[in-house]
Design a protein around this ligand. Structure first.
Ligand SMILES: Nc1nc2c(ncn2[C@@H]2O[C@H](COP(=O)(O)OP(=O)(O)OP(=O)(O)O)[C@@H](O)[C@H]2O)c(=O)[nH]1
Ligand SMILES: [Mg+2]
Length: 238
């Protein structure tokens, strides 16, 4: 039987109707595990997708055996789904990634390298020098991220991407409450910073325009929830 305590890295993917992307996502991550001799697992957190995303992911276990698929019966946000994945992850290091093939999976190695250099949290940043985001909303997103950096005092360029690595230990002490994707991602970093953890970033290239499936992000609602969370943490710490 597989010795679960030996898992080094857990890659967490939230999914909502990603049937057209999930196979490539899982194949690509497994390739990074194999090529770099990483004892890894994949944790898929699916919110009852109608397109059989969860079944496809489960089916790939006949080949890989290291995929945990959690199906939630609520749809209360990608942030809430991420937290469930982080809780279920058994690796010493957790990496979350968006499951729509927009992230460059090969950056997993760069994230791990920086964790090994002593960082507690490392964000794959589209706005760091050398990074790229070709989405039409990139300018607005970049500007919002500058404001978030000013408010929080964290000297990185990106807070709103799920693609990031951190130690399980950091996550366990954060007490996260946000459910929306962006709000949770910002809450995570702000609380980690306030707890004294060392946060860094690596540049990443993000390809816009998913080939399959539809967007779930509502930009105005996401912005409102994010800045509301920031204000609350700033004032109350919670
Ligand atoms: N489990 C779960 N996953 C979600 C939910 N909403 C989004 N996701 C996943 O979170 C990731 C990011 O969501 P996207 O819809 O791609 O958001 P986005 O990148 O702003 O939008 P696009 O421009 O369409 O790529 C994807 O893997 C989604 O499948 C949700 O409510 N529950
Ligand atoms: Mg996306």
């Amino acid at each position: 039987m597989r010795d679960e305590s030996k898992i080094e890295v857990s890659v967490v993917m939230p999914t909502l109707n990603e049937a057209g992307n999930i196979t490539k996502m899982i194949d690509d991550v497994q390739e990074v595990f194999e090529e770099n001799d990483i004892k890894g697992e994949i944790v898929v957190v699916d919110d009852y997708s109608e397109d059989r995303t969860a079944d496809i992911a489960k089916g790939l276990n006949s080949k890989y055996k290291n995929i945990k698929v959690i199906v939630r019966n609520v749809r209360d946000g990608a942030g809430a789904a991420l937290v469930v994945g982080y809780q279920a992850a058994r690796g010493k290091v957790i990496i979350s990634i968006e499951a729509d093939c927009s992230c460059d999976v090969s950056d997993i190695v760069n994230l791990l390298e920086k964790i090994n250099q002593g960082y507690d949290v490392v964000v794959a940043s589209r706005y760091a020098k050398g990074g790229k985001n070709t989405k039409t909303t990139a300018k607005l997103s970049k500007f919002a991220n500058i404001i978030i950096s000013k408010i929080t005092g964290i000297k990185i360029h990106e807070f709103t991407i799920a693609y990031r690595a951190f130690t399980k230990e950091v996550f366990e002490n954060l007490n996260l409450v946000e459910k929306d994707g962006n709000a949770l991602l910002v809450e995570f970093l702000y609380k980690a910073h306030r707890a004294g953890h060392k946060i860094g970033e690596i540049p990443t290239s993000y390809s816009a325009y998913r080939k399959y499936g539809q967007t779930k992000n509502a930009i105005i609602k996401a912005g409102f929830n994010t800045f509301k969370a920031l204000g609350r943490i700033y004032l109350t710490g919670k």
